[in-house]
Design a protein around this ligand. Sequence first.
Ligand code: B12
Ligand code: SF4
Length: 445
Amino acid sequence: MRRVVLIRPKRDGRIFGKAPGSPYTLMRLASLVPEEIPVEIWDENLYDLPLDTLREGDLVGISAMTTDIDRAEVIARRAMQQGAGVAIGGVHATLLPEHVQTFAHSTMVGEGYFTWQQLIQDFAAEGIKGMKPVYRDEEWANLDGIATITDRVIQMVDENKNYWTPYLEITRGCPRNCSFCTAIRVSGRRMRLRPVEEVVDEIQRRGIKRFFLTDDNFGLNFTTAPDYCAELFEALSKLDLQGWTCQSEMSIAKHPELLEMSRAAHLDKHFIGFESVNPDNRRELGGKSKGLASGAEEAIRIIRGTGVGVVGLFVMGFDEDTPATFQAMWDFIRTSELDSVSITILTPFPETPFRKQLEQENRLLDMPWKYYDTAHVTFVPKNFTVDELREAYDWLCRKTYSPWQIARRGLRSLWRYPLSQVGKKAFGSFSTDYGYRRTYAYRNT
Ligand code: B12
Ligand code: SF4
C-alpha cells in the first residue's frame, strides 16, 4: 500500500485567500490511519486536485454530503481509472448507499470509526480485491477517546494559515426528528458527549482561537445535560479564545445562568433553528419551536440580554406556507434583533420523513443532487407553483441580504461588545451574513 488520500470535493473555493472551513471530517479520519502508512488530505477548496498522481496502491477516501455527491462521483471515477482503490463515506453514502455503490469500490455507511480501519487493513492486505462493496458502521460509538486528532494531521493541515473557521465536535446527536432533517439518521437519536478534558486538549494542540461546533443541536444540552455544560464552560473560560459559535434551539433562553457562563467561556453566537414563523408548521419542528414569532422574539431578547448573539435559521416552503408567510418572515427579520439570518428552501434530503411524503404524493422534481443545497426548489410545493416559490424566495433573500441589511445587522452585532473588543469582533459580525449571501447566490448557478 502506497498511501491513503482523503478528499473533500470543492464547494466555495478560497475567499480572500483562505477556504471558509477546515476539513474537520477528514482530519478525524486521517487520524485513524496507522502511523506507518502515509496519509494526505486533499481539499479541492484550496487547489485543483493532483488526480493524475493517483495510481495502484493508493487508497482514496472521499467524504460527501448529498449536494457534493455528483462531484464526488467525477473524482471517484477518475481515481478508479488511475488504478486507485476508492471508498466514499459521509452523509449521502450513509443515507443512500445503493446510489454510491454504483461508482465506488467501497461504500462506507455510518460514522466509520471502526470500519474505516477495517477497510485500510483489507486494502493493505489484498489491494482493491480485498475491498468489500459496503462497510456498515451502525453502532453509535461512545465518543470517549475516539479519532483523537493526531499531531501529524495538525501539522499537515495548517488550519490557521489555510482556513477562516476551524470546526470542532463537542457533542453529537439530536432526538428531535424534525420532518426535513437527517440528524437522527446521521448522528443518532442519543446525544453523545465528548469528555471535557479531550475537548480542551484538542483545542490546545490545534492552536485554534475560534471555532464553529459541528454539533447538530448543542443548545439542547442546556436542558438535557446542564452539569456537563457547566463543566465545559468552566474549562473553556480559562482558555485564551477569540470566540466560538454553535447550533442550538430556542429552549436555551430558559437557562440564563448557563448563558452567562457560556459568555464567559467565549461563546459568541448561537445559530438557532427557529425554522418558521408560521404556527401551522409546528408539527414539522420536532417540538423545539411552536413557530410563533412572538416566542422567537422573546427568546432572542433574553439570549442577547446575556451578551450572547443569535443567528436565526429559517426554512421556507412548508406545505402550510403561503405568500403571506414570506411577508411575515420579512416583517420578523426587519423588526427582530437578530445578529444574522439564514433563509433556506425546504429540501427533501434522502431518508427524511418529508421526502417519503413527497414520494408518496409524487411531488419530487427530477433534479441533479447538486441542487440539494437548500437554495433551490427541488419539489412541487403545495400552495405555490415551483416558479412562484423560487420567486418568493428570491424576493426574501434580496431584501434580507441587501448590503444595507447586512451592514445594519453587523453593526448591531458589533454593538454588543465593549470598545476594546470591536477590532477583534468586526470580521465575525459581518462574515456570517456575507456567507449566507454567497449561499443564496448558488441559487443562480
Ligand atoms: C460542518 C457542516 C457544514 C460545513 C462544512 C461541510 C464540509 N463539507 O466539511 C458547511 C457550513 C460548509 C456546511 C454547509 C452545508 N451543509 Co452542512 N453540515 C455540517 C455539520 C454541522 C457537521 C459536519 C461535520 O464536520 N461533522 C463532524 C465529523 C467528524 O463528522 P461527519 O462529517 O459526519 O463524518 C463522519 C461520518 O460521516 C464518516 N465519514 C464522513 N466522510 C467519510 C468518508 C470516508 C471515506 C469514511 C470512511 C467515513 C466518512 O466518518 C466521520 C467520522 O465519524 C453537519 C451535521 C453533522 N453533525 O454532521 C451538517 C450537514 C452535513 N450539512 C448539511 C447540509 C444540508 C448543508 C448544506 C447543503 C445546507 C446549508 N444551508 O448549510 C450546505 C451545503 C454544503 C455544500 N457542500 O455545498 C446536512 C446534510 C444532509 C445531506 N443529506 O446531505 C447535515 C447532515 C446537517 C443536517 N442535520 O441536515 N455544512
Ligand atoms: S432540532 Fe435541528 S438537528 Fe435536531 S432534528 Fe430538528 S433540525 Fe435536525
